[in-house]
Design a protein around this ligand. Structure first.
Ligand code: CO
Length: 149
């Protein structure tokens, strides 16, 4: 296992529009991407960039709003009506190596690797096996297409 960059923090919200206004007006975010639907996961997502001194891509905040019919994020919002931190996402060089590693450590990988919001394969690891944090593992994007606008 080779721990990579902290790619993003996932934040569930009942309203991406309200959260975007918060990050822009209160937190001073200047790079906020267009929200888009991710029907395979039943969510709408929107990435907010944090800057870095080096000009490299900073860690992002991933705002997540449930689409109709979604149960997991909707359930989270039932318990946390104003939203809140939902998961952390770390990059790895190879998604299949990482999955085999976590399984060899007895960690519960939730489903097969699938294409996530950055267009590269991801999987989640059960929070009870990860110190209480739902953990997303994501293969490092080969081209930073998602960030280049
Ligand atoms: Co995520």
């Amino acid at each position: 296992m080779k721990l990579g960059r902290l790619n993003h923090i996932g934040v569930a919200t009942p309203s991406i529009a309200d959260s975007v206004a918060f990050y822009r007006d209160v937190m001073g975010a200047t790079r906020i991407h267009e929200p888009f639907d991710l029907p395979s996961q039943g969510v709408k997502v929107c990435f907010v960039d944090t800057p870095t001194d080096s000009g490299m891509n900073g860690t992002q905040v991933e705002l997540i709003e449930p689409l109709p019919g979604n149960t997991s994020i909707a359930g989270f919002l039932e318990k946390n009506p104003q939203g809140g931190q939902h998961h952390m996402c770390f990059e790895v060089p190879d998604i299949h190596d990482a999955k085999a590693w976590f399984e060899s450590q007895g960690k519960r990988v939730l489903g097969e690797p699938r294409i996530g919001a950055h267009g590269t394969p991801i999987f989640f690891v059960h929070p009870r096996d990860m110190g209480g944090i739902l953990t997303e593992i994501m293969e490092t994007p080969k081209e930073n297409a998602h960030w280049s606008n």
